[in-house]
Design a protein around this ligand. Structure first.
Ligand code: FES
Length: 210
């Protein structure tokens, strides 16, 4: 059943063709038509409350779907669409635009190797190839090249399960894969989050130690 449109209000672009065409003929699903988990529904509602336009919550809502199901499943998208009162086609068009959102099943371990200029100059292509070789045949691993991840100072680098590591050597790819499979901490010495920060007195090596 489609949501009713009030003719006295401005046209809701999410319900019409608008800038982002709806690639399906499906309208806005009703909440009772989807089996949306309460936790996911509440999370999306909180996200929507942060923006004057609920559609601005599309990306974080899709991220919530991906975190719950491992990828943006068609059913997960329908659930989010019902909560947000937009069409599944609208959310699908958003999900398919962003590389970090997956509209197909991928492994639970995701490795994005930067191959942009700084990383490329320091061996990013070789690093990507090393990860591909190390993860070959492992269904649970998704390895891909990526544009600049904004951590050029640790080039060549990679994002492994959403944590940044670098500078990496191609020879470390196999070790990282083995550590992931064993459930161990990955390359602790290369973990950006573990690096000392200027003025951080809480971490060893921080400026405050001086
Ligand atoms: S070029 Fe690789 S993080 Fe910027």
């Amino acid at each position: 059943m489609s949501a009713e449109v009030n003719p006295n209000l401005p046209v809701d672009r999410a319900l019409t063709e608008g800038r982002v065409p709806d690639r399906t003929s499906e309208g806005v699903p009703e909440l009772h038509e989807v089996d949306c988990p309460q936790e996911l529904r509440e999370r999306i509602e909180v996200l929507m409350s942060r923006y004057p336009d609920r559609k601005s919550a599309s990306i974080p809502a899709l991220w919530a779907v991906q975190e719950r199901y491992g990828w943006c499943t068609p059913e997960g998208i329908r659930q989010a669409a019902a909560v947000m009162r937009v069409t599944p086609g609208y959310l699908e068009s958003v999900a398919s635009f962003y590389d970090l959102l997956h509209t197909e099943a991928v492994g639970s371990h995701r490795i994005e190797v930067c191959t942009n200029i700084s990383c490329w100059m320091r061996g990013g292509d070789e690093l990507l190839e090393a990860f591909k070789v190390a993860a070959a045949g492992e269904e649970d691993f998704f390895v891909t090249g990526f544009e600049c991840l904004g951590a050029c100072d640790i080039a060549p680098m990679a994002s492994i399960d959403q944590r940044y590591y670098g500078p990496l050597e191609a020879a470390e790819a196999g070790k990282a894969i083995e550590q992931l499979k064993a459930g161990e901490a990955v390359l602790p010495q290369k973990d950006l989050a573990a690096r000392p920060l200027a003025g951080d007195t809480a971490r060893p090596g921080g400026q405050g130690d001086g």
